[in-house]
Design a protein around this ligand. Structure first.
Ligand SMILES: [Zn+2]
Length: 93
């Protein structure tokens, strides 16, 4: 008998989502610094497309880094994207 039981039981959707948010939070710094691997980038990007919380922390982090390194003028969010996020937030609530 293999001991894959616990692994299967841990695959609850809610828990998986939490784990992804934690992973994203962990790699946030390296992604913003451009030090994340291609795989990390991919994971990160697809996650923030679906997770407004992580998307927002990414924006804040970029803004923060922008302030620190003086690239503030490059942090511009398109109005259409803002609309999409607002719509998503309303959907969730
Ligand atoms: Zn998330």
């Amino acid at each position: 008998m293999e001991s894959k039981f616990t692994e299967m039981y841990q695959k609850e959707p809610a828990e998986e989502k939490d784990g992804a948010c934690e992973q994203v939070a962990d790699m946030l710094d390296s992604v913003v610094d451009g030090e994340a691997s291609a795989d990390e980038q991919k994971f990160f990007n697809s996650h923030i497309e679906e997770c407004v919380n992580c998307f927002e922390s990414h924006q804040k982090q970029k803004l923060l880094k922008g302030l620190v390194s003086g690239h503030l003028k490059r942090v511009i969010v398109p109005a259409s994207l803002v609309q999409t996020i607002k719509a998503k937030i309303q959907e969730t609530i």
